[in-house]
Ligand binder design. Structure first.
Ligand SMILES: Nc1ncnc2c1ncn2[C@@H]1O[C@H](COP(=O)(O)OP(=O)(O)OP(=O)(O)O)[C@@H](O)[C@H]1O
Length: 212
C-alpha cells in the first residue's frame, strides 16, 4: 500500500540552528498518527516540511495525495470574512457552483459544532475554540486525502475535543483520509490515534501503536 506521506533522513535548520536531524516518518494510508514531543522539538517545523511550506536541507519528503488539508496552530482565519466565508473561500479552487460551495461550507461548520448562528460571525466575534473549529472545517471542506493538524484542539475542553476526534475518525472510516495530528495530550494520543510518533533530538525516537 502506498504511503501518503514519507520523510526519509530529513535535516532542517532554522537560521543555521539544526532542528530536524535525519528524521524518518511514514504515514500509512487511512491511519491517524498522533505526533508528540516536548515544546520546541520541531513538531510545527515537521508539519511545515510535510506540507511543502519548507524545503529540507537534506533528505526527502514524498507526498502522495490529491488534496492536502492543513490546520495550523494559529487558526489563521481571514478577519474580514465570516466563519462561513472563511470555509467557502477555501472551496473556491474546486469546481463547484456558489450554491454547492455554500451548502458544503454550512454542512462542514455544522459537523464541527457551529450552527447557523455562529456561521455568520466574524473571527473576532468567536472564541479561540470556535476559531479552531472553523479552521478544522475549512481544512476538511476540501475533502482532503491527507490532513496535517498542528494542535488543532488546543483551545477546546475535553468533551468537544472527544467529539471532534470522533468526527475525524468517522471521516477517516468513510473516506480513507490519512492524518498527522500534533498533540501534547498523551491520553488523547493513546485513545484516539492509530499510531503514535514521538519526537526528540530532531528525529522520531518512537513509533508504533499507541498502546504498545
Ligand atoms: N521561523 C523560525 N525561525 C527561526 N527559528 C524558528 C522558526 N520556527 C521555529 N523556530 C525554532 O525551531 C525550533 C522548533 O520549533 P517548532 O515550532 O517546530 O517546535 P514545536 O515542537 O512545534 O514547539 P511547540 O510544541 O511549542 O509548538 C524552536 O527552537 C523554535 O524556536
Amino acid at each position: 500500500m502506498s504511503e501518503p506521506l514519507r520523510l526519509d533522513g530529513v535535516d532542517f535548520a532554522h537560521d543555521g540552528r539544526p532542528v530536524l536531524r535525519g528524521l524518518d516518518l511514514i504515514l500509512p494510508a487511512g491511519t491517524i498518527t498522533a505526533l508528540m514531543g516536548p515544546s520546541g522539538c520541531g513538531k510545527s517545523t515537521l508539519i511545515a516540511l510535510a506540507a511543502g511550506l519548507l524545503t529540507p536541507d537534506a533528505g526527502r519528503v514524498a507526498r502522495r495525495c490529491t488534496r492536502l488539508g492543513i490546520v495550523f496552530q494559529d487558526p489563521a482565519l481571514l478577519p474580514w470574512k465570516t466563519a462561513l466565508g472563511n470555509v467557502g473561500f477555501a472551496l473556491r479552487g474546486l469546481d463547484l457552483g456558489a450554491a454547492e460551495r455554500r451548502a458544503r461550507a454550512v454542512a462542514m461548520l455544522d459537523a464541527v459544532g457551529l450552527g447557523p448562528g455562529d456561521a455568520g460571525k466574524y473571527p473576532r466575534q468567536l472564541s479561540g475554540g470556535m476559531r479552531q473549529r472553523v479552521a478544522l472545517a475549512r481544512a476538511l471542506a476540501v475533502e482532503p486525502d491527507l490532513l496535517l493538524c498542528d494542535e488543532p484542539f488546543a483551545a477546546l475542553d475535553a468533551e468537544p475535543r472527544r467529539a471532534l476526534w470522533q468526527l475525524l475518525r468517522d471521516i477517516r472510516d468513510r473516506t480513507g483520509l490519512t492524518m498527522l495530528v500534533v498533540t501534547h495530550d498523551r491520553d488523547e494520543a493513546r485513545t484516539e490515534a492509530d499510531c503514535l510518533a514521538v519526537m526528540a533530538d530532531g528525529r522520531i525516537t518512537q513509533s508504533g501503536q499507541p498502546g504498545a
